[in-house]
Design a protein around this ligand. Sequence first.
Ligand code: IPD
Ligand code: CA
Ligand code: CA
Length: 261
Amino acid sequence: MTQADDFLRAGIETAQEAASMLLDGVRNLRSLVTEGKGPGDVVTDVDRRAESLIIDRLHQAFPDHGFLGEESGDSGSGDYRWIIDPIDGTLNFSRGYPHFCISIALAYGDEPVTAVVLDPVRNELFSASANGGAWLNGSPLQVSNCTALEHALLGVVFPKPGSPLLAGFLPVMTRALNVAGGVRRSGSMVLDLAYVAAGRLDGFWELGMKPWDIAAGALLVREAGGWVASLDGEESLLNARSLLACTPGLREQLEMLCLPD
Ligand code: IPD
Ligand code: CA
Ligand code: CA
């Protein structure tokens, strides 16, 4: 077994262990402790407990790796760093809206090398290793062959309430609604990226995300043959604040669509 296989296996086993916490949480919504983090942003006790379990397990397996978790920030250090979003789509989760996931990525420096995204409701496990391919429940993933925006189904993230990004977002959204085959807003950016990798969406763009929103999904899209890049010229995807992900055939059309006015 290679080192890449060890990383992937540890990520998958850890995500599966945390998944039961999320399923218990969504079955017992009245017991959830939910706090506001900011406009349109919440955190629950399950986010915190799941993140802490994921970090504990991965730290036991890889004591010389660092961590970046959405809820706990940076801990430890090392060339390898696990980047964790314990629940992507917490607002959905907190309402029992069944579309959210666990996202665990391992980065070497700034490059994601392992990706594990688990949708516990549908029991869909998306995984990828750098230069090793991407899979859904063990079957290889491939982006769609869509080349025409008019036939494309696109995913998007809406800026949060009151966000200064809204002014730049609306003209792009207007153009997309005018020319694209369809536009979806799911509430889980990580699943949006996994769906691009799986060919369920043909493209996706977002303004204003964080490393834990990108790390795993970007590797899934790349390994499934898709194009992923920052829209702000940032070389390192982990530091990017705006992202385009799509089939290779849609890249130029989406880059034009996303140009600022
Ligand atoms: C959020 C989701 C959502 C996106 C937000 C993210 P969270 O992550 O990905 O789709 O609209 O910008 O913050 O807070 O649920 O982990
Ligand atoms: Ca989260
Ligand atoms: Ca997130």
